[in-house]
Design a protein around this ligand. Structure first.
Ligand SMILES: [Zn+2]
Length: 72
C-alpha cells in the first residue's frame, strides 16, 4: 500500500535543503512520479521544492515506504 500525497509532502518538508541545511521550504509540490521512475526506482511520489532561505531548487523521489530514494 502506498503512502498518501499528504504524508509524502510532510516527508519532503522534513528534509533539509542540500544548499543551506535549513528546513524552510517556500514551495513544495508533490505529484505522482513518472512511470519510468516508478518502474526503475519504485518511486511513487516526486516532490519539487524551492528553499525559502537560499532559493535552492530540489527534487526528491519518495517510495511507498516513505523513504527518500533519490535527491536531485
Ligand atoms: Zn537552502
Amino acid at each position: 500500500m502506498s503512502i498518501t500525497q499528504e504524508r509524502a509532502e510532510r516527508i519532503a518538508r522534513a528534509h533539509a535543503c542540500s544548499g543551506c541545511k535549513e528546513y524552510t521550504w517556500r514551495k513544495v509540490s508533490v505529484k505522482p512520479s513518472s512511470t519510468a521512475l516508478r518502474e526503475s526506482l519504485l518511486v511513487v511520489w516526486s516532490a519539487s521544492m524551492k528553499c525559502g532561505i537560499c532559493g535552492n531548487e530540489q527534487e526528491l523521489g519518495i517510495d511507498d515506504d516513505g523513504d527518500i530514494v533519490f535527491e536531485g
